[in-house]
Design a protein around this ligand. Structure first.
Ligand SMILES: [Mg+2]
Length: 93
């Protein structure tokens, strides 16, 4: 499978998940996964290094949900372009 085919298959999974469970349920799942990642990242300050496998697992969960959010809200791309330009400007100062 080529990288392009793999990406197409991945996008198809996100679309099917949204069709199966609906936008509202997936938005709630996004919130849940973000909170799980938040918790794992907070532990890195309390326990000095945290649980790296747990952080990586939650990052993967958040990434999967984020991709579905991008499917629901495609306008995010325009905001990203603007914000990257702003970041670039800030880094030049
Ligand atoms: Mg999770």
């Amino acid at each position: 499978m080529t990288e392009k085919e793999a990406k197409g298959k991945e996008m198809e999974l996100y679309k099917k998940a949204l069709e199966k469970w609906g936008n509202a349920a997936q938005k709630l799942m996004m919130i849940e996964e973000m909170s799980e990642l938040t918790k794992e990242l907070c532990k890195t300050f309390r326990e000095f290094k945290g649980n790296i496998p747990a952080i990586c697992e939650e990052l993967a969960d958040v990434d999967i949900m984020l991709m579905q959010m991008k499917y629901i809200f495609p306008e995010w791309k325009y905001h990203k372009i603007r914000k990257l330009e702003r970041l670039e400007g800030a880094l030049k100062k």
